[in-house]
Design a protein around this ligand. Structure first.
Ligand code: ATP
Ligand code: MG
Length: 444
């Protein structure tokens, strides 16, 4: 992409009302624009990041054996009456009436919708287990939308739902999602720590929130330092194996959100030097809720003995749009965003310091073509802005690698490579620069 032909309305000033760095940076880089309180448009740069996050989540859901479908944003009130949640959900639910006065709602979550689909599609125990997921916009009329996309009213969620014949089998589905989440967040360049969360009236130990440590997090969290160091499960993990040993490795250390925290246990179980008391951002939440919706909505299958049996389910959410903000919170410096390679909107930023200079244009175009041909997505600054402004913009948007093409350098056949994260710069011949960038791209 040539910057002269792109839509990337960057700004230098700190936008009024944006309290935290990720919100400020998303506005300053022109990734998003607010449309109404807690509702955003995603401009081209922001949408690229959102799509990359989505793609990683999708790959890891598929790897774990989950099946993608797509449910609508608008749901009928009827199924929420069936489950008994229509009245309980309260003011966070956006309720709508169509022209025939039928009651609809903009889905805040999809337990009812998926239970209806499963109930109407599946009749036999042979069709279990299944994990189904979609990546779809949700609406919750949050009392205090804030921090940009972190707590929006309209937001993108990946939500999965599992259907099993009994609790023991449901536990296996839960474990699949648990492992899948560890891999997903690792690939997004994040360390998310699974923390025991409240299971409410259902009870049991099957609810975890996945939390990223960050000063701007909305909740206080407490955990053992070891949880920041355990390696995530590798790509060749077999989801059909018993996953219990992996889960145990993660759940044997103390980790709890504010509501679940037990100070006495924390102090006795975790040595003082290993204690982390911090703030956290919830990026995912997995939850086993048993027969809650299946019972109310009569989601049953015929068992091997011919008897009808009520299914056991869980739900598994990831805040896709929240993650864009969370990744920035975890990875920025005083000059702007520092994208992890896996989600960077472009792989390389090429800065042509002097558009119109024949040699600089030629080298810039050549780099752009050769890198693109190798599958690297490049953003080339071919505008007439002054050099200082170009450097600042490139740092602000945080692409992992910058290639700086100046009229002086090209005369002696060299360009400069800058690593955004370390700030290291090196001069290289054009051929070496291309080869190096391609090699480092292939490694990841
Ligand atoms: P929170 O406690 O932050 O309100 P929640 O418990 O209501 O979250 P879930 O219903 O479990 O969230 O939704 C799954 C995921 O969706 C959350 O882990 C979070 O990452 C994301 N999410 C929830 N509410 C919002 C929101 N208002 N804006 C952006 N993302 C959200
Ligand atoms: Mg909430």
């Amino acid at each position: 992409m040539r910057l002269s032909q792109y839509l990337m309305p960057t700004r230098r000033d700190v936008p009024a009302g944006a309290e935290i760095r990720s919100h400020q940076l998303m506005l300053r880089t022109g990734m998003i624009r607010q449309s109404a309180a807690g509702i955003y448009s995603w401009l081209p740069l922001g949408l690229k990041v959102l799509r990359k996050i989505e793609a990683i989540i999708r790959e890891e859901q598929d790897r774990a054996g989950a099946l993608e479908l797509l449910m609508p944003t608008i749901q009928s009130a009827d199924i929420w009456r069936e489950s008994g949640r229509y009245d309980d959900y309260g003011k966070e639910m956006l309720r709508i009436k169509d022209r025939h006065d039928r009651e609809l709602l903009y889905g805040p979550t999809n337990e009812e919708q998926i239970t209806q689909i499963f109930r109407d599609s599946v009749k036999s125990y042979k069709d279990c287990p299944r994990i189904l997921y979609h990546i779809q916009w949700k609406f919750r009329d949050e009392i205090r939308p804030r921090f940009g996309v972190m707590r929006g009213r309209e937001f993108l969620m990946k939500d999965a739902y599992s259907f099993d014949l009994d609790e023991e089998r449901a536990r296996k589905s839960y474990q699949r999602m648990f492992i899948s989440y560890l891999r997903t967040f690792e690939r997004l360049g994040l360390r998310a720590i699974p923390m025991k969360a409240d299971t409410g009236p259902i009870g049991g130990d099957l609810s975890h929130e996945f939390i990223i440590l960050a000063d701007t997090g909305e909740s206080a969290v407490f955990c053992h330092k070891a949880l920041t160091e355990i390696p995530a499960p590798s790509e060749d993990i077999n989801f059909d194996d018993d996953l219990t040993p992996f889960i145990n490795e993660w759940t044997s250390h103390y980790a709890a959100t504010e509501e679940m925290h037990d100070e006495a246990r924390f102090n006795s179980e975790v040595a003082a030097e290993d204690q982390i008391s911090a703030r956290g951002i919830e990026v995912g939440h997995i939850f086993y809720f048993g027969e809650k919706y299946s019972k109310a909505m009569k989601c049953t299958v015929q068992g091997p003995d011919g008897q009808m049996t009520t299914l056991h389910s869980g739900s598994y959410g990831i805040g896709v749009s929240r993650l864009v903000g969370a990744i920035i919170e975890a990875s920025h410096d005083e000059n702007g965003i520092v994208w992890p390679k896996s989600v960077a909107p472009f792989d390389v930023g090429i800065i042509n310091l002097k558009p119109g200079d024949e040699a600089a244009d030629e080298v810039s175009n050549r780099l752009y073509k050769e890198l693109n041909a190798q599958g690297l997505d490049c953003l080339m600054d071919d505008t007439n802005e002054r050099a200082g402004g170009k450097f600042a913009t490139m740092d602000l948007i945080g692409l992992p690698i910058q290639l700086i093409v100046g009229p002086k350098g090209v005369k002696s056949g060299v360009v400069e490579i800058k690593d955004r994260k370390t700030g290291e710069r090196e001069e290289q011949t054009i051929e070496t620069a291309v080869a190096k960038i391609i090699a480092s791209h292939k490694l990841t």
